[in-house]
Design a protein around this ligand. Structure first.
Ligand code: PEP
Ligand code: MG
Length: 566
């Protein structure tokens, strides 16, 4: 029996058979020639047949998909039959190029041409690159890139997932996610939690598990076992029952003694917002606006933005919706704002900083937000990502005021902002701790890298201390809109970990925002402790010499977690 230990990032105990995500298709060598014994017309015919089968496969998947996934698949299927693409490839083959190299180069020029056309056409540029990779895979006789198409449920094993993979990930057939790379704050972790799928990241060696192998996955313990034991089978059966009871949040975030901690949702658009409202979210604590425009080559118009924002506000009439201005850069590039050639994107021009290099986009976004807010009943708060200084917070507040936005705030996700929280909060009405980035910057550990997963956990005492400093800074800064100390919420993935949610409550954060699927689990565990007990657990975590001990010590005092399989 073979076991793999990784980091558990989304709870759940499940048994299923493995499907490996195919590796990305490598570029055919530059100058690769057609084999001497192949006639160019046969190579062209072979290329056309490969393109046709890529089209048919994508079209077949589109027909049985729905929503965003269907649209993505349909657009890509059409591209596989694009005459310009196939004609330019045929020309290269006739000039002596191999079919693989020809379609690769033709894809590059068509993609560049579409990109230069701008607007809707520019958005098809990435579809061409996807299609050329699929055609090359077909010609080589290797599996197509991307999430495997399957009718039978499976456990997806990959190196890591990108945000764009969500569009084609069908949660009714994917039972769990396991990656060899990725950290606890990686996109795989975020995607898994948002879909409610058990997930383990940074499980070294899982790429070697053969397709079809039956495995047991424990997404809380971070454990994957080949050939599950009887005990593990029983645990999976028990989880199937518990998970049903953990599916519903009663809409009231509170400790056992009635200290209120509203539980809010992280959303990326209207679809998420509607789902979050249905799951009982008490509002939205993080609306990641860049998710509405991922893969866009051009700036969305004010009208288009206002419509996208209003659709989210409308899901929460009378409730708080915290919108974050575009957080482009690093793992979320937006071609109209970010420079793909930066040597060190996580430390580069990202988040609020894109206003330094592309002025005007932020003002137009604030105009769109103000318009959408004025047409809705939601209580709209607006925050800027990646704020590092009080001066930046001050400038953001003035821009909000100029746009008519009443409640400006900042994300605290750069250690400098946590260390100077009192002066930063003097400028704005609230703060929201982005523990994903706060952890990566405090520990100098790229949040996407599997080998750094041990460093990259918000249980690190240094990160907890930064949370404490932020809350203390806010308390010094005096009263916010409702007369209490200025609110400090948490909207990083830390809030979705029920044990850590208790610690954060004890540290004094006022709201917890998470993927809607985690609301019920966090709400259930929070109700088992009093505020005083939460404060005691916060002291215990802060006193631990390591992240591992902080987590273990706190979990040992919360037996409800093990009982529920969380
Ligand atoms: C964070 O950094 O914790 C956060 C919530 O923002 P994102 O994950 O979108 O960077
Ligand atoms: Mg962040």
């Amino acid at each position: 029996m073979q076991n793999f230990q990784g980091v558990g990032v989304s709870p759940g105990r499940i048994i299923g058979s493995v499907r490996q995500m195919p590796k990305p298709v490598s570029e055919p060598p530059s100058g690769e020639r057609l084999a001497a014994d192949v006639a160019p017309e046969d190579a062209v015919a072979g290329l056309k047949a490969a393109a046709q089968s890529v089209h048919d496969e994508l079209k077949g998947r589109a027909d049985s998909a729905s929503g965003d996934g269907k649209a993505v698949l349909e657009a890509t299927a059409l591209m596989a039959k694009d005459t310009m693409l196939l004609k330019s490839a045929a020309k290269l083959i006739n000039a002596g190029s191999s079919a693989e190299r020809a379609i690769w180069e033709a894809g590059a020029s068509v993609s560049e041409m579409l990109h230069n056309l701008g607007g809707y056409m520019a958005e098809r540029a990435t579809d061409v690159l996807d299609v050329r990779a699929r055609i090359v895979a077909e010609l080589r006789g290797v599996p197509a890139p991307g999430i495997p198409a399957s009718e039978t449920p499976f456990i997806l094993v990959a190196e890591d997932l990108a945000p764009a993979d969500t569009a084609t990930l069908n949660p009714s057939v994917v039972l769990a996610l396991v990656t060899s790379g990725g950290g606890p704050q990686s996109h795989t972790a975020i995607i898994a939690r948002s879909l409610g799928l058990p997930a383990v990241v940074a499980a070294h060696g899982v790429d070697e598990i053969a397709d079809g192998t039956e495995v047991y996955v424990d997404g809380a313990a971070g454990f994957v076992a080949v050939s599950p034991s009887e005990e593990q089978r029983a645990a999976a059966t028990a989880w199937a029952e518990t998970s049903a009871t953990l599916a519903e949040f009663d809409g009231n975030g509170t400790t056992a003694d009635g200290h209120l901690v509203p539980l809010l949702a992280n959303v990326g658009g209207a679809k998420d917002a509607v789902a979050a409202a249905a799951l009982g979210a008490q509002g939205v604590g993080l609306f990641r606006t860049e998710f509405c425009f991922l893969e866009r080559d051009t700036e969305p118009s004010v009208d288009e933005q206002a419509a996208a924002y209003k659709a989210v506000f409308d899901a929460f009439p009378g409730k708080k919706v915290v919108l974050r201005t575009l957080d482009a850069g690093a793992d979320k590039p937006l071609p109209f704002l970010t420079d793909a050639t930066e040597p060190n994107p996580a430390l580069g021009v990202r988040g609020y900083r894109t206003d330094f290099t592309t002025p005007g986009v932020l003002e137009r976004q604030l105009e769109a937000i103000a318009r959408a807010a004025s047409e809705s009943d939601a209580d709209v708060w607006v925050m800027a990502p990646m704020i590092s200084t009080a001066a930046e917070a001050g400038r953001f507040a003035s821009l909000c005021a100029a746009a008519g936005i009443q409640t400006p705030g900042v994300m605290v996700e750069v250690p400098s902002a946590a260390l100077t929280a009192a002066t930063v909060l003097r400028e704005v009405g609230f703060a929201s701790l982005g523990t994903n980035d706060l952890t990566q910057y405090a520990m100098a550990a790229d949040r996407q890298l599997g080998p750094l997963a041990e460093l990259n956990t918000p249980w690190q005492p240094a990160v907890l201390r930064l949370v404490q400093l932020t809350v203390e800074g806010a308390a010094q800064e005096g009263s916010g809109r409702e007369g209490d100390p200025k609110p400090v919420g948490v909207c990083g993935e830390a809030a979705a970990d029920p044990a850590l949610a208790v610690v954060l409550t004890g540290l004094g954060v006022t709201t917890l925002s998470m993927t809607a699927r985690s609301l019920a689990a966090v709400g259930t565990v929070l109700k088992t402790v009093t505020l005083e007990q939460a404060q005691e657990l916060a002291r215990l975590a802060l006193s631990a010499p390591s992240a591992l001990e902080a987590r273990d010590w706190v979990r040992a005092k919360l037996p409800v977690l093990e009982e529920l399989g969380l």
